[in-house]
Design a protein around this ligand. Structure first.
Ligand SMILES: [Zn+2]
Ligand SMILES: [Zn+2]
Length: 420
């Protein structure tokens, strides 16, 4: 009898790891990390590499791939993903080794071994395993990301992974219409809230930038390297923003990979235009120049934990003409969160005099999106909520039970769901 075991992302955001099992064999969906208060990686529950028939990586965020190379020390299970997921993952895993090397049970060699074992798959291409069939389904989260549909012993399981249900510059909405699944394992990051309409956020963001630059200020946009940076670039390029825009950090390399894998980007023309229009920071000379004139700097890291965005913050925070515009979730304990909460940065509590504002550019769907996605699935009997805080899950569970006649589970890590 097949079973689903939650190895990570049970009643928590991130650290995704879902095991589909039968007779001791495993199809593993994602194997990601979270980070603790001291910024050390936290792994999902252990799994024996020799039991794994295959691993599927749904997308290149560390909370879905960060632990995967630890499975490639002596045995090399098959690993599947889209080509762009493999390429961006390599960049992120190497960066993670650079930053967290001593705390990781793997090194560059394991990453290379994993990628060498990798098999690229396209959306909707059926792959046969030793006890299952699976295919990747477009899920709207970031370029190359996918949900995984699995058929095992007559059961059909859809694992949505991180998903989005709106049109963004880079992505079309997830489309699960026509998908047949009795069991859906779905993310619940924003299970209890709804995002404002995206066009409103884009417009507010653009107008706020105009206000700052017209008064002679520079706007720092700390941004994730993967997808968010390119989304912000596209928004500015679409409006032919007339001031200088500088791009700094790993956003540059990820942009190049997205351009090379253009079929995974919704508006490739727009991203190409942005890449041609904006200036790439190529060294310290550029970096020291970027914040001296009115304009925008899009720099990683997104929560100001390090990287060029932290350098710019230190240079720009003291001037009230400038602005720091946050475009992503700021986790507890990060400099970004501290700025939003009390307007200071570092343990010395240095005041930020620049204008600070937060914009909702989430690449995760929300409560209404989750309900719509579930309603579009045929034959649904059971919903398993993962990748969400317990409070959000409780409110979402209630809502799903109200709207749909299905069983809703909120398993913790190591919990097992038997499919009979
Ligand atoms: Zn995630
Ligand atoms: Zn993600």
């Amino acid at each position: 009898m097949p079973r689903i075991r939650i190895l990570g992302s049970g009643r928590e955001v991130g650290r995704a790891a879902i095991s589909i099992e039968r007779d001791g064999r495993i199809l593993l969906l994602d194997y990601g990390t979270n980070f603790d208060d001291e910024d050390r990686p936290v792994f999902p529950a252990h799994v024996k590499p020799r039991d794994i028939d295959a691993l599927v990586l749904t997308h290149s965020h560390l909370d879905h791939i960060g632990a995967a190379p630890s499975l490639y020390i002596s045995i090399f299970p098959k690993v599947y993903a889209t080509p762009v997921t493999f390429d961006v993952s390599k960049l992120l895993l190497y960066d993670m080794i650079k930053l967290n090397g001593p705390h990781l049970p793997y090194d560059e060699a394991s990453v290379e071994d994993m990628l060498k074992t990798g098999k690229s798959v396209k959306y909707d291409e059926e792959v046969e395993g030793d006890f299952y069939t699976f295919k990747l389904v477009y899920n709207g989260h970031i370029p190359g990301s996918a949900a995984v549909w699995v058929e095992v012993d007559g059961h059909r399981i859809l694992y949505t992974s991180d998903m989005n249900t709106i049109t963004t510059k880079l992505m079309n909405p997830a489309k699960f219409t026509g998908v047949k699944a009795d069991t859906v394992i779905i993310e619940s990051t924003y299970g209890s809230t709804n995002h404002p309409p995206r066009e409103e956020t884009e417009q507010l963001f653009y107008e706020s930038i105009q206000e700052v630059v017209k008064k002679g200020g520079t706007v720092l946009v700390p941004s994730f390297s993967v997808s968010r940076g390119q989304e912000i670039m596209s928004i500015l390029a679409e409006r032919d923003f007339e001031y200088p825009v500088w791009i700094d950090g790993m956003i540059r390399q990820v942009t190049e990979l997205y351009l090379a894998h253009g079929e995974y980007v919704r508006d490739l023309k727009l991203l190409s235009k942005a890449a041609a229009m904006f200036k790439m920071v190529r060294g310290w000379q550029d970096r020291r120049r970027a914040f001296k004139k009115p304009g925008v700097i899009i720099a990683s890291a997104g929560m100001l934990k390090g990287g060029p965005s932290l350098y710019y913050l230190k240079k720009m925070a003291g001037n009230e003409k400038n602005a720091v515009f946050m475009v992503s979730y700021q986790a507890e304990g990060t400099p970004g969160r501290q700025i939003l909460l009390n307007g200071t940065y570092s343990t010395e509590e240095i005041p930020v005099r620049a204008r600070v504002q937060w914009f909702d550019f989430s690449s995760h769907t929300d409560q209404q999106g989750i309900l719509r996605a579930l309603s579009s699935i045929t034959g649904l009997e059971r919903v398993i909520l993962v990748h969400g805080d317990p409070e959000n899950q409780a409110s979402l569970k209630q809502k799903i039970e109200e709207v749909l006649d299905v069983e809703v589970l909120t398993p913790g890590n190591l919990d097992v769901i038997e499919l009979d």
